[in-house]
Design a protein. Structure first.
Length: 305
C-alpha cells in the first residue's frame, strides 16, 4: 500500500479486539497476536478504540541502524518509537534520533504542539513511519504531574486527560454539574480550577472534598435530575456507573434542552463491549468518542469536540 492509500491504528493495551472490530476484516495486524498496530486501506476511519492514529504512513527500506535514523531525521525532528518487533535494533535506531521530552504535564496546561511522528520496525530492513498522528503524546500515553494528597482516588487523571485533549476546561466561577461524583475525584479536580461545583450522588463525598468552599453536595440520583430543574450549566460531567444506553438518554436530554454548554462523560462497559450503545454516542452531532490513556474498559464522550 502506498502512503496515500493506508492509515495505521494503535490499539490501547488490552483492547486490540475492540479496535479490530471497529476496523473490520480488511485491517492487517502488523505485530500479530498480542500486538495492536493495525494497517488498513484508505483514509482515517472514525474509530474510538485507538490510542493513536497514524496518518499516511510510509514504508522506508533501510540498510543499517544509522541509515534508519538518518531517513527518519530527514523527514522531521521528533519521533516516538512504537515497539513492535526486533526491539533491540529498534531501540538502537531511536537512540540515534533527537530526544523527545517525556516530562509529565502539569495540569492545566496545553497539550504539546510540536509535530510528533510515530514509527515501528517491521523487519530488519524496513520501517513504517508516519510524520503526523492523532495524538500529541508518544503512543497516546499521557503522563501528568500527579497530586497524591488532595484527591480521594486517581479518577481525576482521566478528567485531566479529557480536558487537555479537548483544549479547554472550566474557568473560575463557571457552574459545573458532576453526576455520580462519589467519592469526589472529578469534583476535587474541578474545584481546583476555581469552578463552582454541584456534586451529585447518593453516596457521600470524601470529607476533604465535601468541605471545599466551592463545592455543593446534592444527595440525589444523577438520573432523577431533569435539566429544567437544574437550569443552565457551563459544564456537565458524568463518571457515573450505568449502562451506556441509559447514559445516552441522559446526555441526549441535556443536549436537546440547550442548558449545557459543554459535556464530558464516561461510557462504562460491564462485561462485553456494547458496540450498539457506542454507535449511539458516535452519532451525536458535534461529539467525539475516544479511549483515553487513563480509561479502563470505558470510553469518554466530549461535546462539543
Amino acid at each position: 500500500m502506498t502512503p496515500a492509500e493506508s492509515t495505521a491504528y494503535l490499539a490501547p493495551p488490552g483492547f486490540e479486539a475492540e479496535l479490530a472490530h471497529e476496523l473490520g476484516g480488511d485491517a492487517e495486524n502488523l505485530g500479530g497476536p498480542g500486538h495492536g498496530l493495525f494497517l488498513a486501506p484508505g483514509p482515517p476511519r472514525p474509530v474510538a478504540w485507538a490510542a493513536n492514529v497514524w496518518f499516511a504512513p510510509r514504508r522506508l527500506g533501510i540498510s543499517s541502524i544509522a541509515d534508519g535514523a538518518r531517513q527518519l531525521r530527514a523527514i522531521q525532528r521528533n519521533w516516538a518509537l512504537c515497539p513492535l518487533k526486533l526491539h533491540r535494533r529498534a531501540a538502537l535506531i531511536q537512540d540515534k534520533l533527537p530526544h523527545v521530552s517525556a516530562k509529565p504535564l502539569k495540569f492545566p496546561a496545553a497539550a504539546p504542539t510540536a509535530p510528533l511522528g510515530s514509527w515501528a520496525l517491521l523487519a530488519a530492513d524496513e520501517i513504517l513511519a508516519a510524520p503526523q498522528c492523532s495524538s500529541p503524546f508518544p503512543n497516546g500515553k499521557v503522563a501528568f504531574d500527579e497530586n497524591k494528597a488532595g484527591p480521594p482516588n486517581r479518577a481525576y487523571l482521566k478528567l485531566w486527560e479529557a480536558l487537555t485533549l479537548l483544549g479547554r476546561w472550566p474557568g473560575k466561577d463557571e457552574r459545573c454539574l458532576d453526576l455520580g461524583s462519589s467519592p469526589g475525584g472529578w469534583t476535587w479536580a474541578l474545584a481546583q480550577l476555581g469552578a463552582r461545583v454541584e456534586s451529585v450522588d447518593k453516596a457521600p463525598l470524601a470529607p476533604a472534598v465535601a468541605g471545599l468552599a466551592n463545592v455543593a453536595y446534592r444527595k440525589e440520583s444523577a438520573f432523577a435530575l431533569k435539566p429544567a430543574d437544574v437550569g443552565r450549566v457551563d459544564w456537565l460531567f458524568s463518571d457515573v456507573v450505568c449502562y451506556p444506553d441509559r447514559l445516552h438518554r441522559l446526555v441526549t436530554a441535556w443536549i436537546e434542552s440547550g442548558l449545557a454548554r459543554n459535556i464530558v462523560c464516561t461510557l462504562k462497559f460491564q462485561g462485553e463491549t456494547d458496540f450498539v450503545a457506542q454507535a449511539l454516542f458516535a452519532a451525536v452531532p458535534g461529539g467525539r468518542l475516544l479511549h483515553l490513556h487513563h480509561n479502563k474498559h470505558e470510553l469518554t464522550f466530549l461535546w462539543p469536540a
